[in-house]
Design a protein around this ligand. Structure first.
Ligand code: SF4
Ligand code: F3S
Length: 104
């Protein structure tokens, strides 16, 4: 499966949802996640993300993100259409460890 990682937080560009053939993105307030049991591993979303937030879980070290995607991919509402990104999305692009700094 592919997973959405830290870089999505507060960027939430939503380009990813437009290309996913199985519509397996789910929306939280500050980020999206992928439902790992629905993702067919096609990889088309990875290059579409301007924040480079989407990675294959084979990358290693992504256990925490896989768990988070699995948890919220089964709780949050499905999203299939791109909307306007947050006004300050570009300011958060590339900021490190957003999860630790903002939400813990
Ligand atoms: Fe959707 Fe393919 Fe990305 Fe999985 S890898 S989330 S199926 S676009
Ligand atoms: Fe997030 Fe990138 Fe999609 S910032 S909403 S994973 S396009």
């Amino acid at each position: 499966t592919y997973v959405v990682t830290d870089a999505c937080i507060r960027c939430k560009y939503m380009d990813c949802v437009e290309v996913c053939p199985v519509d397996c993105f789910y929306e939280g307030e500050n980020m999206l996640v992928i439902n790992p049991s629905e993702c067919i591993d096609c990889g088309v979303c990875e290059p579409e993300c301007p924040a480079e937030a989407i990675l294959p879980d084979t990358e290693g070290g992504l256990e925490k993100w896989l768990e988070l995607n699995n948890t919220f991919g089964n709780q949050w509402p499905n999203i299939t259409r791109k909307r306007e990104a947050p006004a300050d999305a570009d300011e958060w692009k590339g900021v490190a460890d957003k999860y630790e700094n903002q939400f813990s």
